[in-house]
Design a protein around this ligand. Structure first.
Ligand SMILES: [Fe+2]
Length: 264
């Protein structure tokens, strides 16, 4: 017999409210028996495809995360499914691991890590991961069988200096599509919604005496900044991109962000 994990035992309260709201939607939109039958068949297909975690995270994960960040009063964001622990520790001057001639525009990312009181944090660790210029993460088996970047490509850990500052060279990530071959993608197509996330950098920022901050940084002007399919964008996480002439006259972008951690 299957038992339900009662985490905190609020099942009665939450289930009562959830059912009341779903029943309200059925009544408000006069859902037909055919539509109800199609919905049940769809839910079965999500289970058969093993996509319940994907579907839940696409539509609901960022809302749960919001509560977590709000409780600590920090600018966090969802971790997403592509984090891999144990990325290489970089040595200064920091350059993210990448292939010879890695595609995409160069990005010089500077910033700082401090407590919410503004106290700079010396030696804070920033564990950063991102996709390449084709929207692909290293180390992730994609269902479409695409060619993967080498292990740890565009994944690395680096630290702030004595002033709490850092600078790392990488490449500009690009918007990418969530997995769309299964029922989750089919639902988006049926609704007429695109499957894109805006370009972003992922970071886990940690230091002794502070809560680890898991967040994402986005870029002004991204075509999907207003319509992230996972609803993960928060205004304070949108960074400004500037363009300048880099070494050899190659154009490069710069951006900056100051991470703020909540004390334990
Ligand atoms: Fe991502």
């Amino acid at each position: 017999m299957t038992e339900v994990n009662t985490v905190g035992n609020r099942i009665d309260t939450i289930l009562t409210d959830l059912l009341a709201r779903i029943r309200g939607v059925i009544l408000d939109h006069r859902v037909t028996e055919d539509e109800y039958a199609a919905a049940k068949q769809y839910l079965i297909s999500v289970g058969e495809a093993g996509e319940w975690p994907l579907l839940a995270d696409v539509f609901l994960g960022s809302t749960v995360e919001r509560l977590h960040s709000d409780a600590l009063d920090v600018d966090g964001a969802i971790e997403g499914p592509f984090y891999i622990p144990g990325a290489p520790e970089l040595t200064a001057p920091y350059v993210m691991p990448m292939r010879e001639g890695e595609g995409g525009d160069v990005l010089v990312f500077t910033g700082s890590v401090a407590g919410k009181d503004g106290q700079p944090i010396d030696g804070a660790e920033i564990d950063m991961w991102q996709c390449d210029s084709r929207g692909t993460y290293a180390g992730i088996p994609y269902p479409d069988g695409r060619e993967l970047p080498p292990q740890w490509n565009l994944r690395g850990r680096f630290r702030t200096d004595g002033s709490g500052d850092f600078e790392v060279r990488t490449i500009l990530p690009v918007p990418y599509e969530i997995p769309k071959a299964g029922p989750t993608g089919a639902l988006l197509r049926a609704a007429g919604w695109h499957p894109f996330r805006p370009a972003h950098l992922h970071a886990r920022v940690s230091a002794p005496g502070y809560h680890q901050l898991i967040t994402q940084l986005y870029f002004e002007g991204d075509p999907y900044i207003e319509s992230d399919i996972v609803n993960g964008v928060k205004a304070p996480l949108i960074c400004k991109l500037d363009k300048r002439d880099g070494p050899g006259g190659r154009a490069e972008f710069t951006t900056s962000y100051d991470f703020r951690l909540a004390a334990v």
